[in-house]
Design a binder for this molecule. Sequence first.
Ligand code: BES
Ligand code: MN
Ligand code: ZN
Length: 499
Amino acid sequence: MTDAVKVGFVPFSTTPRGVLVVFSDESMKFGPATRKLLGAAAETVRRAAAAAQFKGKSGSALDILAPAGLKVGRLIVAGTGKSGSLKEEEYIKIGGTTVGRLKAGTDAVTVIAELPGGALKPDQVAAIAAGIRLRAYKFDRYKTKKKDDDKALAAQISIAVADVAAARKAFAPSNHVVDGVLIARELVNEPPNVLYPAEFAKRAAQLRKLGVQVEILDVKAMTKLKMGALLGVSQGSAHDGRMVVMRWNGGNRGDKPVSFIGKGVCFDTGGISIKPSGSMEDMKGDMGGAACVVGLMHALAARKAKVNVVGAIGLVENMPDGNAQRPGDIVTSMSGQTIEIINTDAEGRLVLADVLWYVAQKYKPKFMIDLATLTGAIMVALGTEHAGLFSNNDQLAERLFEAGQETGEKVWRLPMGPEYDKLMDSKFADVKNAGSRYGGSITAAQFLQRFVDETPWAHLDIAGTAMGAPSTEINTSWGSGYGVRLLDQLVADHYEAKR
Ligand code: BES
Ligand code: MN
Ligand code: ZN
């Protein structure tokens, strides 16, 4: 992965280098360390602010040639708006917008972590540092000719703080979570000729370095398990499917694990029910759920989360071929339920059916949360701002909602019920894999629910949030890494053993 910036912490007393970033809120005052640093230059800054009508509003900035006396070239005064009661998410965004103002080629940046009210607390500093790294990520591995604007930032960003040791300690876990997000983005961004199921499995296996147990099941192993639903999708591809099971045992021995299941369709052509060619290239991101699970496993293992976790991903490629499955085929899932294939483009649910069933039976988890770029319909319903949430368990759904509010990776619950479930009954088999257009995301969730047994379960439809969402303060990459911070927060809030 291209790590565009290096973030470190230095004491307030360090002489700043390169571009100097200081913060100001709408009071237009500076904190004591900033005042000391600016010295006589503070008056010049005030006049420049007045001339530019800079009022410290959130997201705004005063960007000037550094006044004489400062040993830096450029000075950026970044507005934070009202700074009294900022939430963690807002500090993350402040870090992101700070990076957004830097130009490619900048090599050194010093950020003074202080607001007019005084030095930022270690947690707030950590959030800014996380925002910096999230925003700085760029996927440019395949660009051999870079124009100036394409060049990644290669900067050392020093955050000046009151207490360096405390800042480092606070940032350590969130730094691992950022790594997890970047891993997920990288997997989503990779082209499908490079990232096919076996290659994806190989990348997931790198989690072993962190003490994660990684088991890779090939077609033979899945055939033995009678995973006819997943294998039916996979059979039209020259690239064999895989299932990868990742286990992190950071909790008490014998404690039931929590579990996360991801849709990993490395490329979705639609199969015989082939998709139109417009934007079909986006279907390289149809493994966004699996990417999130790998990124999350990285985050949890690297920060040594005190919890037992199972991550499981179904990796396939959905292709049309002489050997591809047909509409009308009836396959037998691992659960024993038969499925009539109505539309080969409703493949994600087939993959998940077998992985969900496998995890439910084998691990008897505390809960299962699956993530999947499952339906175009969820983008019609919710756009790119919320993931769709479906659940058979109110407590789990509420906890996910709260974690979404905390992290800004928001979810919105949609209804389920027996009337919707009936729409998935098949004329010839136990269930069919596609209903009508109406309520397409809900009927997809009803299908999945038939494979979770009695396990508390939630399904996140991330088709609108995992890829192609508009750029934000903390992400400009096509793959967003959506879900890693959300689920890390959920685990941290509710499922870790007390230290
Ligand atoms: N991977 C797609 C869903 C998708 C569409 C994700 C656009 C991201 C962007 C999924 O496999 C699919 O094709 N779903 C169908 C289901 C239908 C055939 C019942 C859909 O949404 O049209
Ligand atoms: Mn599809
Ligand atoms: Zn798909």
